[in-house]
Design a protein. Structure first.
Length: 419
């Protein structure tokens, strides 16, 4: 796809603010790829992050550091700048403040505790809007539907910007009322959903006439960057799992299944890449079961480090209880690593069971252990599933192809907004 020269004419040369909860972040590398990809295709995008990056600037990759330097960080604004900006908005744009206050009041119930947070979000929304005005941005796009979308929603109402959303799941759908999803969905000009399953969940909270504004735009991975690695013959096979160490990722079920494999005498090692609230719980379980020689926790690694480690994986396991469509699975599949995951949410759209991987019922450590054992015992099955997995990712979840599709959908939606 050529640089989008016509797109600027079609969309009225929209200048877009990408609003994110945390940017850059190890757990959300797709933000960086999406922003850079759209910029390369000619979109005029500036990034705003509510929170600072998840690492010091010195630990960011060159691409991340460059993005961080040009990103507006709402919570990093100093006290006097906050005060001066709010006073300027109050005296120069009282209508903005009034619309923001009304939107914050209407957002929820008369629960004073919740309204306290609404007004904190409103302060962030006023700062965001003032930055957008200074930067001559006129459309606001938010990833995820939680608190960051609340800030975007209030900014759009106060400053009269148009706004749109990308919804991933599953967190947004845990508490629909708490996140005011129906209100956010109703007022969004258009919504991108990362899977058909995700779209179905959004449809539940949108009136049918709005369904035409819900677009399935899958994520993707760079299949040139994630290439199959030569597999060495080894006596101990390696199982890898990549993701935040949280209850939703099902890592404890994986450890229960892994324990069964060890008890059957399989020569196998398990490595976790990622960090999170469950790390102590998982490490304690490993210690109690005396599996410390067979299980390694590497903690959070950057993108390049993760890819390098995955080169030694024989099997990839992600037995999640709740998901969107995991990019970690796509990356493993692109490297022809046979994957075992669960029959939930958008995962069956990524992996057809017994064709591009093995899917098991969520929560069943027996089924998970059986699936892993099948792969441990058959190099031919590993090879067949791995090859089919890479083919699926190349055909359906290729980063560059999907960003081009996103760009086309974006420009079409913005053009319709201007019509």
């Amino acid at each position: 796809m050529n640089r989008i020269t016509q797109a600027d004419e079609n969309t009225g040369k929209r200048r877009i603010a990408y609003v994110l909860s945390q940017y850059p972040a190890i757990s959300h590398t797709f933000f960086l790829k999406e922003v850079l990809g759209l910029k390369q295709l000619g979109f005029q995008i500036r990034t705003c992050s509510i929170n600072s990056p998840d690492r010091p600037l010195s630990q960011l990759t060159a691409g991340e550091a460059e993005e961080a330097r040009s990103t507006y960080y709402v919570k990093s604004v100093n006290y006097w700048e906050i005060v001066s900006t709010l006073f300027a908005v109050l005296f120069l744009h009282p209508d903005v403040c009034l619309r923001g206050i009304i939107a914050a009041i209407k957002l929820g119930t008369w629960d004073l505790y919740r309204h306290f947070f609404h007004f904190l979000y409103l302060i962030e929304a006023l700062l965001l809007g003032a930055w957008m005005k200074r930067s001559k941005l006129d459309h606001l796009h938010v990833h995820f539907g939680g608190p960051v979308a609340t800030v975007g929603f209030l900014a759009a109402h106060a400053w009269r910007f148009s706004y749109s959303l990308t919804i991933h799941g599953p967190e947004e759908f845990y508490d629909v009322e708490e996140f005011y999803l129906a209100k956010k969905f109703r007022d969004a000009k258009f919504i991108f959903c990362i899977s058909n399953f995700c779209r179905s969940q959004v449809m539940k909270y949108c009136p049918p006439p709005q369904w035409k504004n819900l677009h399935v735009v899958p994520l993707g991975v760079d299949t040139e960057q994630f290439q199959p690695a030569p597999q060495a013959t080894r006596s101990t096979l390696e199982i890898f799992s990549v993701g935040r160490l949280t209850p939703a990722k099902g890592q404890l079920i994986l450890l229960l299944a892994f324990k069964k494999l060890l008890e059957k005498g399989h020569s196998v090692h398990l490595t976790f890449i990622g960090d999170g609230a469950d790390r102590k719980l998982l490490e304690q379980f490993v210690a109690e079961q005396r599996m410390h020689e067979s299980v390694t926790f590497l903690g959070a690694l950057n993108h390049d480090q993760t890819r390098s480690r995955l080169a030694s994986a024989d099997i990839f396991a992600l037995p999640s209880f709740a998901e969107g469509v995991p990019v970690a699975l796509m990356e493993a599949m692109a490297m022809e690593i046979p994957c075992v995951s669960t029959q939930i949410a958008g995962i069956p759209e990524l992996i057809e069971n017994e064709v591009e991987g093995i899917l098991v019922p969520a929560s069943s450590d027996d089924a998970l252990a059986n699936a892993l054992e099948r792969l441990l015992q058959s190099s031919e099955l590993r090879r067949k599933l791995g090859a089919a997995a890479r083919k699926k990712v190349k055909n359906c979840y290729n980063l560059h192809t999907n960003i081009e599709k996103l760009a086309v959908t974006f420009q079409k939606c913005l053009a319709e907004r201007n019509a």
